[in-house]
Design a protein around this ligand. Structure first.
Ligand code: UDX
Ligand code: ADP
Length: 468
């Protein structure tokens, strides 16, 4: 049994990707599109998900991502396949990507902080159990630093006497722009110990990514870079959100401040948009992970520093609901509050850690009646998200929240509108009509600063936004 030693570059004809989610789906679609000679099979234990990926009706694909269905339509069943036959796909492939979910632990040691690696471990055990030939195993999921060591150890101790090599190849795509991010990446990062294994993967990316953008590092730098990138991005959002609160107490306008500081080339203009708070499956999870790792090395100042990014984000969400309640004469009991948007950002149907979930939870505690409209989020997801918090019974959530298939129905007779996601279509609604059918005074709380304040005031709305 030799770990990490390939004498020559491995020719990759077949790839297996375990996990058909927001990372695995788009990433493999783009790799397959650019490497027509490689057969890629994405496998998942979730049969319904695989059936949805294989559905003739492309609007049924399990994830919504601009540009994705067009690629899937072209290459599905040509060199991109979706299957539940995990063992077969592992066996026939030279390279296996692990793209399963790594949520924050909800139990035991590290509860609420550390990443739950049970799905990754199951994948490693599965590979060890069924592999009959040498494999390159690529970590694609976001993982805590030194996870590769755990994967290595499992493959080493329960393997079939064959060679495995582990690479870390973190994903930097952002949902909503995933296809463009994958087609034109700022960089591709490959961490590993064996040069030949690294080059096998680099060759696959080189079919469309310029060589100078393909970085090679050691395993641990690669793993830590992913956590650090997300922590820096989230930290920018929390920084501007902290300033938004100050703006609300002064005559300053956070959009103007963001523009003024963003024009400093050292700061740059991106990720300075004040909001009701960041969400998504990565930012909070990765920072909590960073904090957990720092604490485990007794680096308490480092841990406290990054933890503050999360504390600020929680404060921003709480502040939004508190302001809404206070403005509605200190009570929302029995009042209809219309949520426009439930996804954690526009152009995705993903709702993980969306600010909408937490704001809804606060308002439900105050007995509000919430009606939700989101262009892409399915009704059952909304209830699942609330039930997952375990704040109240499922029946109470069902009584408190309703889903409407049109924004005009969702806002009818509402006391207030909360804009939770920055979907472009929200800007183009007939706001006069919406105003005419709401209870008066009609309030808008724009958690994304997407509407025109003067226009809303002229129509008659009492309009509140973030940091202005
Ligand atoms: C992020 C990273 O950007 C990506 O590189 C990584 O691979 C995964 O995590 P994602 O979570 O999909 O991607 O979306 P992102 O665009 O980063 O937005 C995260 C959250 O921050 C969203 O809720 C978004 O609305 C919020 N945000 C972002 C702001 O509130 N203001 C901003 O200026 C930018
Ligand atoms: P991400 O955003 O990281 O892609 P998702 O939750 O969208 O996360 O997707 C992860 C996918 O991985 C899910 O579809 C889940 O069913 C799948 N998965 C989790 N564990 C395993 C496993 N052991 N074998 C195969 N698929 C798995």
């Amino acid at each position: 049994m030799v770990l990490g030693k390939f004498t020559k570059e491995m020719i990759v004809n077949k790839i297996c990707c375990i996990g058909a989610g927001y990372v695995g789906g788009p990433t493999m679609a783009v790799i397959a599109k650019n490497n027509p000679n490689i057969k890629i099979t994405i496998v998942d234990i979730n049969q319904k998900r695989i059936a949805d990926w294989n559905d003739k009706d492309l609007s049924k694909l399990p994830i919504y991502e601009p540009g994705l269905s067009q690629i899937v339509e072209k290459i599905r069943d040509k060199n991109l396949f979706f299957s539940t036959e995990i063992d077969k796909a592992i066996n026939e492939s030279e390279m296996i990507f692990i793209s399963v979910n790594t949520p924050t632990k909800t139990y035991g040691k590290g509860k609420g902080m550390a990443a739950d690696l049970k799905y990754v471990e199951l994948c490693a055990r599965k590979i060890a159990e069924v592999a009959k030939t040498d494999k390159i195993v690529v970590e694609k999921s976001t993982l805590p630093v030194r996870t590769a060591e755990a994967i290595k150890s499992i493959l080493h101790n329960t393997g079939n006497g064959i060679n495995f090599h582990i690479l870390s190849n973190p994903e930097f795509l952002a949902e909503g722009t995933a296809i463009n991010d994958l087609l034109n990446p700022d960089r591709v990062l490959i961490g590993g110990e064996s040069e030949t294994a690294i080059e096998s993967l680099a060759n696959i990316y080189a079919s469309w990514v310029p060589q100078e953008k393909i970085l090679r590092t050691n395993l641990w730098s690669s793993e830590l870079s992913k956590l650090t990138a997300n922590a820096f991005l989230a930290q920018r959002v929390s920084s501007i959100n902290s300033i938004s609160e100050l703006c609300e107490h002064t005559e300053a306008n956070v959009n103007e401040v963001a523009k003024a500081i963003g024009m400093d080339s050292r700061i740059g203009p991106k990720f300075l948009k004040a909001s009701v708070g960041f969400g998504g499956s990565c930012f909070q999870k990765d920072i909590l992970n960073l904090v957990y790792i720092a604490r485990s090395y007794n680096l308490n100042e480092v841990a406290d520093y990054w933890e503050q990014v999360i504390i600020m984000n929680d404060h921003q969400k709480r502040r939004f609901s508190d302001r809404l309640i206070k403005t509605l004469y200190n009570t929302v009991s029995g009042k209809k509050i219309a949520f426009l948007g439930w996804a954690f950002k526009k152009d995705t149907n993903d709702t993980r850690e969306s600010a909408a979930i937490y704001v809804a939870d606060h308002l439900l505690n105050e007995q509000a009646k919430i009606s939700v409209y989101d262009p892409k989020v399915a009704e059952e997801k909304i209830l699942n998200d609330l039930n997952y918090l375990n704040t109240r019974t499922e029946e109470e959530n069902e009584n408190g929240v309703s889903y409407l298939s049109s924004p005009y129905e969702a806002t009818k007779d509402a006391h207030a509108i909360a804009i939770m996601t920055e979907w472009d279509e929200f800007k183009d609604y007939d706001w006069e009509q919406i105003y005419s059918q709401m209870k008066k005074p009609a309030f808008i709380f724009d958690g994304r600063n997407i509407l025109d304040k003067n226009k809303m005031n002229t129509i008659g709305f009492e309009y509140y936004s973030i940091g202005q």
